[in-house]
Design a protein around this ligand. Structure first.
Ligand SMILES: Cc1cc2nc3c(=O)[nH]c(=O)nc-3n(C[C@H](O)[C@H](O)[C@H](O)COP(=O)(O)O)c2cc1C
Length: 342
């Protein structure tokens, strides 16, 4: 079987998926199937991620934890307020109050303190790079540190900051773009992540993990042949039995009602790819404003989920969403491992 090198236990990584998708059961099932799974610490209180880590650690299998690196508060507060006002009628209809657009750092310091006190095998970072000292301290404790990058300049910065590996995310990916600048346009228009990998591989001094739009063994082999040491899959696992995605999200991925994906800032103020629904169509001009707008729309999304209305939920999905099967995650991962070129 193809090896991912000494750094990674498998060439198949399963993405951290915030919002409840990445359960301890999913991460454990992925490891049992021969892959490496990640818990998603983004948006999650420290106590909740601590308890998820304990649950996964008890199984004695390798795993990782993903953190959102906080950026600065959004400067254009007028645009944030205008967007909040534009959602007022919908909020009234759903019977929810919209919070003020407030900034927070997602309890970054407390999460880092915990990961330094009780190190985990892998930490991946999304939305930028933290202080070099934090990367060094994590590495000193034996944690493999992985940055997420979307373009050449970000890869060079990640390498300069001393991370061990980089997830190279193509814009076909489901969920948020990991671009360092919150309002960055999608990376250069490479057709797929294999093409992006071929382009950046000659500039890489660390292993690259290709992510975005991968639908199965043939895509995976292509990305590995282009120079990736491993791949990271997200959407393909969203419908698995152990995924904690709401049933409405799982069903939408297989439903003919949704005809494609698009990038949107409407839900969080940061570009993210999801199944195109009415909320996205109604708010194509949503401003940049992460994390403030994530908090503003949070009660709307929750109320829509409770009401069974997928048209106002964030249905994160990569372009390959039609390939996502409903099956046990360990079985899916072991099939993908078996399909790797030797
Ligand atoms: C539902 C969902 C949630 C996600 N949440 C996160 C996250 O918390 N952290 C992160 O680094 N990436 C997150 N991503 C992006 C993945 O890391 C990865 O880049 C993407 O899933 C790869 O593309 P694919 O979905 O086409 O396989 C998420 C993706 C999805 C589909």
């Amino acid at each position: 079987m193809r090896k991912a090198g000494p750094l990674l236990p498998s060439p198949i990584l399963v993405a951290p998926m915030a919002g409840g998708v990445s359960t301890p059961a999913l991460v454990t099932a992925v490891a049992r199937g021969g892959g490496l799974g990640f818990l998603a610490a983004g948006y999650k209180p420290v106590a909740a991620i601590q308890s998820e880590i304990s649950e996964v650690r008890a199984n004695g299998l390798a795993f990782g934890v993903n953190l959102f690196v906080p950026g600065p508060p959004t400067i254009d507060t007028v645009a944030l307020q205008a967007y909040r006002t534009s959602l007022g009628a919908m909020a009234a209809r759903l019977g929810v109050a919209l919070p003020e657009p407030t900034y927070d750092d997602d309890a970054w310091g407390a999460k880092i303190d915990f990961l330094l006190a009780e190190p985990v095998p892998f930490v991946s970072l999304t939305f930028g790079l933290p202080d070099r000292e934090i990367i060094r301290a994590l590495k000193e404790r034996g944690t493999v540190v992985i940055a997420t990058v979307t373009r050449h300049s970000e890869l060079l910065s990640a390498q300069d900051y001393g991370v061990d590996a980089a997830v190279l995310q193509h814009s076909a990916a489901g969920g948020h773009s990991a671009a360092f600048a919150p309002d960055a346009p999608p990376g250069a228009p490479f057709t797929d992540v294999a093409a992006l990998t071929s382009e950046l591989f000659p500039h890489s001094t660390i292993p690259l993990i290709a992510a975005g739009g991968l639908t199965g063994a043939s895509d995976i082999n292509e990305a590995l042949a282009a120079g990736a040491a491993a791949v990271q899959l997200g959407t393909l696992l969203v419908r698995t039995h152990e995924s904690g995605a709401p049933q409405l999200h799982k069903d939408a991925l297989a439903s003919p009602t949704f005809q494609g994906t698009a990038l949107t800032r409407a839900f969080s103020g940061r570009p993210a790819r999801g199944l195109e629904n009415q909320f996205m169509r109604d708010h194509r001009d949503a401003p940049a404003g992460y994390p403030e707008l994530h908090h503003v729309t949070s009660p709307l999304r929750a109320a829509a989920a409770t009401a069974g209305d997928p048209d106002a939920m964030a249905l994160w999905a990569g372009t390959g969403y039609r390939a996502a099967p409903s099956m046990p995650a360990a079985e899916l991962v072991s099939q993908l491992v078996a399909g790797l070129d030797r």
